[in-house]
Design a protein around this ligand. Structure first.
Ligand code: PHE
Length: 358
């Protein structure tokens, strides 16, 4: 005769195990309890293994069912506890990661709070716009991402033209290779403006066009790979080179002061004919020659010239009625010369000791 199964002992066992699972304080401890329950020598496992010793078939069946529902109940208890421990851990993690976006800067009454202000380059751009607005120009802007046509072809620089070497161009990986680029100068804005004026029948045009430009240059005292230019365009009746020279002269005196001189030297640009380079006295050495001006005493600001008929043709302006001049020069270079900044890289280093001087 087999010993009668001890129901009370089984119930007590299950109760203890359930309480342990319910009260497991951490996931690690819960995992330990879960694997302990399935261990070879665990009481419930032993009971299940000894079921075969119960001779009475009916009793064996009943006890077997009790043991398996005990396993089920324990499995559920462990799952439930795991779910709630994981939720607690997630909440704790979120709590720890929370960012306080309402930072309070406690005022120190002995140190006045500093406000930010516009960067020197932005101030310079605004000052240049003011000078040209006073001379009767309007201000326009164009896109920084251009197609080859606007940046080169419409400006009389067809593919393979040697003038392309003047511009170390950054191309975008977009569409056909080498067709979409970051503009290397603000001159493509001339094309946009003329296209619009032709479409609207709104010629003449007197405009300046400031903006950011890009060239694959290594930064040095006078060059930045991302820099700013301001373009000028006048298209009207009977415009002459004398008008261009007058505008450059007037601008130089108005912006730099009457002690700084400008000179035009013959140069070549495919989109102007004749063309000139526009230089001013180096303000770092006052013309004596220094590192910044490569010992020449002059600093090149930009280029200018009479609009080439090929440009008028590209945009559909009738060159028998209209003539014009264009110029373009560096805004950063102007800031450098006006404030005697020996090295242009200071403009992008964001050293507050520099930035706060302006
Ligand atoms: N776009 C020329 C440059 O960046 C400058 C320029 C503008 C020359 C307008 C002539 C007329 O080098």
């Amino acid at each position: 005769m087999s010993p009668s199964f001890d129901q009370a002992a089984l119930a007590a066992l299950v109760e203890v195990a359930l309480a342990a699972a319910d009260g497991a304080p951490t996931l690690a401890e819960l995992n330990e309890i879960a694997s302990g329950l399935k261990a070879k020598d665990a009481p419930l496992v032993l009971i299940r293994r000894s079921l075969g010793q119960i001779d009475d078939l009916e009793e064996r069946k009943v006890v077997g069912q009790q043991v398996s529902s005990a396993f089920d109940a324990l499995g559920r208890a462990i799952d439930d506890r795991r779910t709630s421990l994981e939720a607690e851990a997630r909440i704790a993690r979120l709590e720890a990661d929370r960012l306080d976006l309402t930072e309070v800067i406690l005022a120190d009454v002995t140190v006045p709070l500093r406000r930010g202000h516009t960067h020197l380059v932005t101030q310079t751009r605004a000052a240049l716009e003011e000078v040209f607005i006073a001379m009767g120009f309007e201000v326009a802007e164009g896109p920084e991402v251009e197609t080859d046509w606007y940046n080169f072809e419409a400006l009389n620089i067809p593919p393979g033209h040697p003038a392309r070497d003047m511009y170390d161009t950054m191309y975008l990986e977009l569409g056909t290779p080498e067709t979409v680029l970051l503009r290397t100068h603000t001159s493509p804005t001339q094309i946009h403006l003329l296209e619009k004026a032709v479409a609207e029948g709104s010629l003449p045009v007197h405009a300046v066009m400031p903006g950011r430009c890009y060239r694959l240059d290594t930064p040095d005292a006078r060059h930045l790979p991302v820099f700013h230019q301001i373009e000028g365009l006048v298209v009207d009746r009977d415009v002459t080179f004398g008008d261009l020279a007058g505008v450059i002269e007037t601008f130089t005196a108005a912006y730099f002061g009457s002690d700084i001189h400008a000179r035009l030297r013959p140069a070549y640009f495919p989109f102007t004919e004749p063309s000139a380079e526009f230089e001013i006295t180096c303000t770092i050495c006052r013309g004596d020659g220094c590192r910044t001006c490569s010992r020449t005493g002059w600093i090149e600001l930009g280029g200018c010239g009479m609009v080439d008929p090929a440009v008028f043709e590209a945009v559909g302006v009738d060159p028998t009625i209209w003539s014009g001049f264009a110029f373009g020069f560096g805004i950063d270079r102007c800031a450098q010369m006006r404030h005697g900044i020996a090295d242009m890289r200071a403009l992008i280093e964001n050293d507050l000791r520099f930035v706060r001087q302006f």
